[in-house]
Design a protein around this ligand. Structure first.
Ligand code: SF4
Length: 336
């Protein structure tokens, strides 16, 4: 590869997106464009799924528990925050386990934990579902919007219109899954990858390592986060995921349906599956001017959105990429 060829390196994790913006790393590397991928779980959740959360919040006798990021993400007709303003009982929790405790303290109410995330947070949801099952906490359920990151990476790596030269892989996801699960990017798609942590020094090292691999034509996976990531990952967490969830086809904002990419709750635990318990019907996605979908596919930047920093700001977010603390638009707004 000629030395002055522009290369594209994608960071796959929202925490990396924030760190790269915060440390000003996008301008740090010569002939290198750092683009963002589908690593913010709230951002890849489509508005139709969020509308199902809104419909849950409107139900009588229901307490919604969720992480703070979910509140302001626009669904089709409303947000959880607006529903809270109208009187819905919506409580922010700081750990998934608090949701189960809320159910135990409120036996006359139905408590629903709304969760979105990847392999980093899905095991915690699996754990509380197992606990609810063991303790027979039948007034508790989970609305699962958890996803596995691998099929989305497969979609990006196979994309004909987006050529990614290298991936910065998320140390947090890899600590659960093991780095071996990402090996297909190098072996099947010939794209080098580096697993790394979240400090500026670690990210810089990862990019330099990727540049070296790319320039030498070596498609390998390198684990630079050995303190937390092994080849096999966290076997206990993986066991919990397998026990509680089945992979199902799922809709990703911007990508549409990605096969076998969503963590659906297994039949064994169906009493704790909010979707089944409340017989929620699918809702179509809202069409709007937000281009979060393209941004998370690495095809556009926030500056390409006509609404960025005008109609859409962190105070008045139009799309999820501006709401989430890991969102690309929020990162660009705050640091660029
Ligand atoms: Fe969506 Fe707002 Fe980002 Fe535009 S600036 S892509 S509307 S979140």
């Amino acid at each position: 590869m000629a030395n002055n060829k522009q290369i594209k390196i994608m960071e796959v994790c929202g925490t990396h997106t924030m760190a790269i913006s915060k440390y000003g790393l996008r301008k740090h590397f010569k002939n290198t464009e750092l683009i963002s991928g589908p690593g913010c779980p709230v951002c890849v959740t489509p508005s139709g799924r969020l509308e199902q959360c809104v419909s849950l919040a409107k139900k009588q006798n229901v307490i919604i528990t969720t992480f703070g990021d979910m509140l302001r993400v626009p669904a089709v007709t409303s947000t959880l925050e607006k529903e809270a303003g109208k009187g819905a009982d919506i409580r922010i929790v700081y750990s998934a386990y608090e949701s189960l405790e809320t159910a135990l303290k409120n036996p006359s109410k139905d408590v629903v934990f709304i969760g979105a995330g990847f392999e980093t947070t899905a095991p915690l949801a699996a754990f509380i579902i197992q606990e609810a099952y063991k303790k027979k906490v039948l007034n508790f359920s989970v609305f699962s919007m958890f996803k596995t990151v691998f099929p989305a990476l497969e979609a990006i790596a196979s994309s004909k219109d987006l050529k990614v030269d290298g991936f910065i892989l998320p140390g947090n996801v890899a600590s659960v899954t093991g780095y071996k699960n990402f090996a297909f990017l190098a072996e099947k798609h010939n794209i080098p990858c580096v697993v790394t942590g979240f400090f500026a020094k670690e990210i810089k090292e990862a990019v330099n390592m990727l540049k070296l691999l790319i320039s030498s034509g070596k498609a390998a996976i390198v684990n630079k986060y050995e303190s937390a990531v092994s080849a096999e990952g966290n076997l206990k967490a993986k066991e919990m995921l397998t026990d509680v969830f089945d992979l199902k086809d799922d809709v990703w904002r911007g990508f549409g349906i990605i096969k076998q990419s969503g963590f659906g709750i297994k039949d064994k635990y169906k009493a704790f599956d909010a979707e089944k318990k409340f017989k929620l019907k699918p809702v179509k996605e809202k069409k709007d001017k937000c281009i979060c979908g393209d941004i998370m596919k690495g095809k556009a930047l926030p500056a390409n959105c006509l609404l960025f920093a005008k109609a859409c700001t962190p105070q008045n977010p139009v799309g999820p990429c501006m709401v989430s603390s890991e969102g690309v638009c929020a990162a660009y707004y705050k640091y660029n």
